[in-house]
Design a protein around this ligand. Structure first.
Ligand code: ZN
Length: 249
């Protein structure tokens, strides 16, 4: 169990292209969680029938009602956004929702508290380069399906004091700023010691930047990792937590 590689994926915003992501996940036998807002003024959201369709095979998680950046909201509005996205999705899907993802990766301590209080297991962030679940309530990620520029990657590493990543992946060089290459480098390092590899993205962004081919190649690479467990976000969270509890005893 200690050396197991868990592979999980997540997809934000509930765009209709999520159906294409779901098809690809199925083709490569990967698992994942789709974080779907009820409405979004920036991007269109899929119809409830599509949510039900995806929800039959994959996990659906909350992403607020209106895709609002929580930290800018008053207490009442933040509570509404978090609690109601859960109940609306549960009504549509007729099952319980456990996973939550902060829109824009923005949140304050109050928002973390609200997400916990309203019955979610964890809040997924947009922080990357994590391969463990060492935070009690936040689920961080490993790689985003997007080719970030040098400035963003370096800033991210500096902010989170990931100096080793900065040196290891040499974001000063162009060839290293490719998410498929990053995913393959990180997973090959994980094979010996295990951990959780969490890749996430926005289907609308993948389409906008023509990254479908890169995405499919990444999925192919992930599905070829020997003995890896393919789980959705909540199942990987539960498994890791139960393992941590056993270790504590
Ligand atoms: Zn979002």
């Amino acid at each position: 169990m200690e050396n197991t590689v868990i592979i999980t994926t997540s997809w934000d915003d509930g765009h209709v292209y999520d159906l294409r992501i779901a098809e690809l996940l199925e083709k490569y036998q990967l698992q994942g969680t789709f974080y779907v807002p009820i409405r979004n003024s920036e991007n269109s959201v899929m119809k409830p029938t599509s949510m039900i369709e995806i929800g039959k095979r994959f996990e659906i998680g909350g992403h607020t009602v209106n895709h609002k950046y929580l930290q800018n909201l008053g207490d009442e509005e933040a509570s509404y956004e978090i609690l109601n996205c859960k109940s609306v999705l549960e009504n549509i899907l007729e099952k319980e929702i456990y996973a939550f993802c902060f829109p824009g990766g923005k949140f304050s301590n109050r928002d973390v508290h609200l997400v916990k209080k309203n019955g979610f297991l964890f809040g997924r962030t947009t922080r990357f380069f994590n391969t463990t679940l060492n935070n009690k309530f936040l689920m961080n990620t490993t790689v985003q399906c997007y080719n970030h520029d040098t400035y963003t990657l370096n800033k991210h590493c500096l902010k989170r004091a990931y100096f080793s990543q900065l040196i290891k992946f040499g974001f000063f060089f162009d060839y290293n700023k490719n998410f498929r290459k990053l995913a393959s480098e990180i997973t090959s390092n994980m094979i010996l010691n295990g951990g959780i590899f969490h890749i996430w993205g926005h289907s609308w962004e993948i389409d906008k930047f023509g990254l479908w081919y890169e995405l499919e190649e990444t999925f192919k690479m992930l599905s070829d990792i020997p003995n890896a467990l393919h789980l959705n976000n909540s199942t990987s969270w539960k498994l890791k937590k139960s393992f941590a509890d056993i270790q504590k005893k």
